[in-house]
Structures are given as structure tokens and as C-alpha cells.
Design a protein around this ligand. Structure first.
Ligand code: GDP
Length: 443
């Protein structure tokens, strides 16, 4: 998914900041440096990065942030607010005709996703706006485009107007629009031709289509995978056509996110939708605030920092780790750990605080909080002796423990087995650490 790398990097920058009790201007500078690198790596336009950094530096280094009780959170808030601002603050909805049918014209390079978006918007109009869309196939240069639109039309039960590939697209649009208006459709969607690169003949044709269709919305379709190129294309189309909205397609792909973060700033054109899949339902309304929070992994990073500050001092963490990896780790420690975890939230969040952990590793760790509660109940039903020396737990003891904890013998057995396994694994980790290897590398 787009933004994954950017999110990881930004979270990394803030995680370090969150570990500090007090935050100095140097700490903030160090985090901001990471933010800057992360944005540049995500292919955000350097002018945008420059302006962005200037604003957040001023705000993040302000007295009210550094002297606050939660400086790390305040810095993140500053970054999140500015990311949101960068992408346009508020969602801008589709334009509408004051009277009669709303006409939307797709423009963009070949392969950017215009035909697909035409279908997606038709579905959106049917479902969300309760409208009756009509599609016009005006891409006569890519023969498959017309068939593609007809296929989508059949799927959706939406009328498609086409005149084949040997007619002038401007005439096709004129005829199509007249037909749609006379037949009472609410939305007219025009799929226009693209080229591999911007060329003047194409622009002239689009300008002529704009003339005859008088669209309420000229929707620039930009492939987010192309990063900065998408921004350059947007600038060019906007210069010639006065684009009114943009849709960033293929955000589900491995895009670095730079286009989403630069396009609004560089063109002033609002991003209205994002494409998140090849299928017709792969369309999302674009909300800058949600996107900023998603990029930052906001919920996660905020609570992580709070937890890191509130719950674990570095000394405690180290002592716990030392015991965890030692030979005489017992069920008492296991229970202590568990209670600590419950206080702090999910296992993932704790694992996430360990340096070197990433999302894939966390997904593998896959911890279920409900299961933790049951495990805790089982251990609490054991005597002190049993916790310290689990080998003494025979069948009748298991029976008593299962009854006491409201679980079953099978669950008690499972826990004992798990405990043995994790003890073994931790012992190995401890040995690896002693020999200087990263014990988390193989998780
Ligand atoms: P056009 O030449 O601009 O009309 O582009 P198309 O609509 O034919 O799309 C080009 C390719 O991109 C097709 O294979 C689409 O399935 C794919 N595509 C379009 N939008 C998205 C999207 O949001 N996500 C993904 N993954 N693929 C998309």
C-alpha cells in the first residue's frame, strides 16, 4: 500500500522522540531531519518539502510545544496538521450543475486509469448520489477503450454512447451530450483519449471537447505510481484546461505517496478521489485529514508514545528483558509480563517499541488480547509453587487450575506447552544476543 515506507520512516522518527522524557530543540531538529528525508524519499516535490519543513520547524520549536507536558505528541500534531493542510484541509466534493445534468470530463495520460475511473464514478453516482449516469466513449485512438467502457457499462447497467473509432471525438461528445440531456440522465461521464506523453494535438482536441461539452468538472486522472511525473502532468493539463479536480489512481500499488502530497500544493487543484484497486468499487472519497493520519499511522504512533512515556522506564525494560532471556524464567515472570502488557495495551504495541521491529514481524507475532486474558486467569489459579516450578503440575492440579480459571484442561495444557516453547525460544534469543546477533532478525 502506498505510504507504507513513508509511514514507517515517520513513525521511526517520532518513536525516538517519544522515548525521551524531556525534549530539547536538538531532539526536535533530529526528528525533523528524519521527516524531511522521509518526504524526499517518498518523492514529494522538493519545493513542497522545503516550504513544509519551514512551517513545521517554526511551529514544532515553539515554546508552547517544547514546554508542554507532551512535547513529542505536540510535534506529531504539528506534522499531522501540516500534512493535512498540504493536501487541502477539507474534502472538496464533486462539482454539480446548477440545473440539469452534471458533466464530468476525464483527462490524463494513457494508462492513468481514465476508463476505469469513468466506470467507478458511474457506480459511485448510482450508489451514493442516487443518480442516473451516462457514459460517452470518446477515446477513439485506443480501440480497446471503447470495448472496455461497454463492458463496464454492461456490468453496471449504465448506457454507453459510442460511434466507433473513425469519427471525430469532438462530434461524438457533442452528439452524446445532446442525447444524454434529452433523455434525462443526471450525470454525463466523458472518457477522453490520452497519450503516452503530453502533446499539443491531444491538448487541442481536449480543449475542443471542453468547448462543446461545457463540463462542470474536468477531472485530472493521475497515476500515483508515477510520483513527481504525475505532478508535472497535472501542471501541464491544468495550464491548458483549467482542471477542477484530481483523482489519484493506483494508490493501492507500491506508490511512495509523493504525488498525493505534492499535487494540491503545486497546482491548487483539489484531490477529490483516490483509486484503490482495479475493480469498480476501488474508489474512495479523498479526505485530507484521514489521509494525513493514515500516513503518520497517527493513532498508533500517538498511543505508542504515551505508553512509552507512562509505562516503561528504560531500566525497567532492560531488567525485564534480562530476566526474559535468562534460564530461570518462570510462569510468575510470564504472569508479570502479561500484567504489564495489559496495562500497556496490546502485545503488538510492546513489540513495536523494540528497535528493529517492523510491520511484517508484528503481523507474524499476531497476538490476541482475549487469549491473553484467559492465559492470565490460568496462571492466577496456580499456586506460587506451581508458577515457579511448572513441572509439578500433574493431572489433578491441572483439573483444579482449569476449574479455578473457568477454562479447560486442554487450555491449561496448551498454555504449559506454549510457556515451555517460549522459554526455549527466549533462551535461544538470549544466547544469540550474547553472541552479538540480532535476536529479532529471524522472527
Ligand atoms: P486509461 O488509458 O487512462 O483509460 O487507463 P485504464 O482505465 O485502461 O487503466 C490502465 C490500467 O490501470 C488498467 O489495467 C486498470 O485496471 C489499472 N487501474 C486503474 N485504476 C487503478 C487503481 O486504482 N488501482 C489499480 N491497482 N489499478 C488501476
Amino acid at each position: 500500500m502506498a505510504f507504507d515506507t513513508l509511514s514507517d520512516r515517520l513513525q521511526g522518527a517520532f518513536k525516538n522522540l517519544g522515548r525521551k522524557g524531556k525534549v530539547s530543540p536538538e531532539d526536535v531538529e533530529a526528528a525533523l531531519k528524519e521527516v524531511r528525508l522521509a518526504l524526499l524519499e517518498a518523492d514529494v516535490n522538493y519545493l513542497v518539502v522545503k516550504a513544509f519543513m519551514k512551517t513545521i520547524r517554526e511551529k514544532a520549536l515553539g515554546e508552547d510545544v517544547l514546554k508542554s507536558l507532551t512535547p513529542a505528541q505536540q510535534v506529531i500534531k504539528v506534522v499531522s496538521d501540516e500534512l493535512q493542510h498540504l493536501m487541502g484541509d477539507e474534502n472538496v466534493p464533486l462539482n454539480r450543475a446548477a440545473m440539469g445534468a452534471t458533466t464530468i470530463m476525464m483527462v490524463g495520460l494513457q494508462g492513468s486509469g481514465k476508463t476505469t475511473l469513468t466506470g467507478k464514478l458511474a457506480l459511485y453516482i448510482q450508489k451514493k448520489l442516487d443518480g442516473k449516469p451516462f457514459m460517452i466513449a470518446a477515446d477513439v485512438y485506443r480501440p480497446a477503450a471503447i470495448d472496455q467502457l461497454h463492458t463496464l457499462g454492461n456490468q453496471l447497467g449504465v448506457t454507453v454512447y459510442s460511434e466507433g473509432t473513425d469519427k471525430n471525438p469532438v462530434d461524438i461528445v457533442r452528439n452524446g451530450v445532446a442525447k444524454a440531456k434529452s433523455e434525462g440522465y443526471t450525470h454525463i461521464l466523458i472518457d477522453t483519449a490520452g497519450r503516452l506523453h503530453i502533446d499539443e494535438t491531444l491538448m487541442d482536441e481536449l480543449i475542443a471537447i471542453k468547448e462543446v461539452a461545457q463540463p462542470n468538472e474536468i477531472m485530472l486522472v493521475a497515476d500515483s505510481m508515477t510520483g513527481q511525473d504525475a505532478v508535472n502532468v497535472a501542471i501541464h493539463f491544468h495550464d491548458d484546461l483549467k482542471v477542477t479536480g484530481a483523482t489519484l489512481t493506483k494508490l493501492d500499488g507500491d506508490a511512495r505517496g509523493g504525488a498525493a502530497l505534492s499535487i494540491r500544493q503545486m497546482t491548487g487543484v483539489p484531490i477529490k478521489f483516490v483509486g484503490t484497486g482495479e475493480k469498480l468499487d476501488g474508489l474512495e472519497v479523498f479526505y485530507p485529514e484521514r489521509m494525513a493520519q493514515r500516513i503518520l499511522g497517527m493513532g498508533d504512533v500517538m498511543s505508542l508514545i504515551e505508553k512509552a512515556q507512562e509505562e516503561i522506564s528504560e531500566d525497567d525494560a532492560e531488567a525485564a528483558a534480562r530476566r526474559m532471556f535468562s534460564n530461570d524464567f518462570n510462569l510468575e515472570d510470564y504472569l508479570n509480563q502479561m500484567q504489564q502488557m495489559k496495562k500497556m495495551g496490546s502485545m503488538e504495541s510492546i513489540l513495536g517499541m523494540l528497535p528493529g521491529m517492523n510491520k511484517q514481524m508484528l503481523a507474524k507475532a499476531n497476538v490476541d488480547p482475549k487469549q491473553l486474558t484467559r492465559t492470565e486467569a490460568i496462571i492466577q489459579s496456580m499456586t506460587k509453587k506451581e508458577r515457579q516450578k511448572p513441572v509439578i503440575i500433574n493431572n489433578s492440579r491441572k483439573h483444579r487450575i482449569a476449574n479455578g480459571s473457568g477454562t479447560s484442561i486442554q487450555e491449561v495444557n496448551r498454555l504449559l506447552k506454549q510457556f515451555e516453547q517460549s522459554k526455549k525460544a527466549m533462551k535461544q534469543m538470549g544466547q544469540m544476543m550474547k553472541s552479538g546477533k540480532n535476536p529479532l532478525a529471524g522472527l
